[in-house]
Design a protein around this ligand. Structure first.
Ligand code: ADP
Ligand code: MG
Length: 358
């Protein structure tokens, strides 16, 4: 099995690539910055350093919100034929806090109450009715730097004026009192493979503003794990980090990170997170390629090809679906003597397909 990691080449990506080498025959390190996607009607090409990107069994594409569109386009091209842990749409949604909130809210995943406004007047009205303190946030992830805290209406009002004058879009969010702690949960498939608690430095509200980047191991309960796994599913990511806050009403999700750093959580928990991801990627890829080629079907059929001389033969088989289409084994075309020069009539009803020469 051949794999590639398309990323910005961070330390975490290097760890992931090294870990994947244990499970894949080859793992290419593809620099997202040198990827180009040519979109044309009916066909799209992904170029890497100006040449077509090779084909792989597994591509783990990830990167920062600045590359969301490229990641989405690359995934759109490769997803049907390659196992990719993050769906195309996830890059658009996951890299935008507002879209993330809209998706999670529809799926009834608990989050802090969040307000979105379309005008300064509407925003002022919200500021008049909310409880303080509150949080202002930029829609794209910023490692904590786009998260602002306002203790009172006066503070919020002037902060909002500044954001408005900079034409900077923002969300207004209920402040969850956690003593400056947040929980980062790493989701891989249906499982939480590691989790850590991060604590803000003294005088700071944002747990992810680096206090040296340390966290401590945390064991989420079943409820919290389920919320994290569900959130990842809703966004369409088999691998991601889910940032949560423990509110008095239970855990709430504040953010999903499609390209989480591995050093902090590995150090805090002692869990080899890169290895967990790599193993999962290989299992999924195996499953994906088995499904795609269904080598078995054709071979088995050969073995049970029943009495070639008979007028009608029966073949017992699973159907080999390639995307939405069914691929018939060669033996079927051989026996039926189908060819692409003639025309056929296909009769279809529920549970039955009949192909005959006209
Ligand atoms: N609604 C909130 N209430 C309290 N603290 C919050 C809230 N939202 C974010 N924080 C704090 O700010 C940090 C960064 O917020 P987050 O939404 O994850 O943005 P970023 O993309 O910058 O990481 C969180 O890890 C948490 O400590
Ligand atoms: Mg965060």
């Amino acid at each position: 099995m051949k794999a590639a990691v398309i990323s910005l080449g961070s330390e975490s990506s290097r760890w992931t690539i090294e870990a994947m080498k244990k499970y894949f025959d080859s793992v290419d390190n593809v620099d997202l910055k040198n990827i180009e996607v040519n979109l044309s009607s009916g066909k799209s090409d992904v170029l890497y350093n100006g040449k077509p990107l090779k084909s792989y069994d597994c591509i783990y594409a990830k990167g920062s919100f600045r590359y969301a569109q490229t990641l989405r386009a690359v995934t759109g091209v490769y997803y049907p034929s390659t196992y990719m842990p993050i769906k195309a749409g996830a890059f658009t949604v996951g890299h935008d806090k507002l879209l993330t909130h809209l998706f999670l809210q529809q799926a009834k995943i608990p989050m802090p109450t969040t307000y979105l406004t379309s005008s300064p007047t509407a925003a002022k009205k919200i500021l008049q009715k909310v409880n303080y303190p509150i949080i202002f946030k930029f829609p794209s992830g910023t490692g904590g730097k786009g998260v602002m805290y306002a203790e009172s209406f006066a503070a919020a009002s002037s902060l909002m004026d500044a954001l408005e004058s900079l034409r900077q879009p923002f969300l207004i969010q209920e402040y969850i009192e956690t003593g400056g702690e947040d929980i980062r949960v790493i989701v891989v498939g249906d499982k939480v493979v590691a989790a850590m608690k991060r604590k803000a430095v003294v005088g700071e509200k944002r747990a992810n503003i680096h206090s040296g980047g340390e966290g401590e191991a945390f064991l989420p309960d079943t409820h919290m794990k389920k919320i994290a796994v569900d959130a990842a599913k809703v966004i369409g990511a088999d691998i991601c980090a889910v940032d949560m806050l423990e509110s008095v009403k239970g855990p709430v999700v504040v953010e999903l990170n499609l390209s989480p750093g591995l050093q902090g959580v590995t150090l805090a928990t002692g869990i080899n997170v890169a290895d967990k991801m790599a193993k999962f990627l290989s299992e999924k890829t195996k499953h994906f390629t088995d499904k795609g080629t269904k080598k078995g079907a054709g071979d088995i059929i050969k073995e049970i090809a029943i009495d070639k001389g008979a007028k009608e033969q029966q073949i017992l088989s699973n159907l080999d679906f390639r995307g939405e289409r069914v691929l018939l084994p060669k033996i079927v075309t051989d026996i039926a003597n189908l060819n692409d020069k003639e025309e056929f009539v296909i009769k279809v009803k529920k549970g039955k397909v009949e192909i005959g020469k006209i």
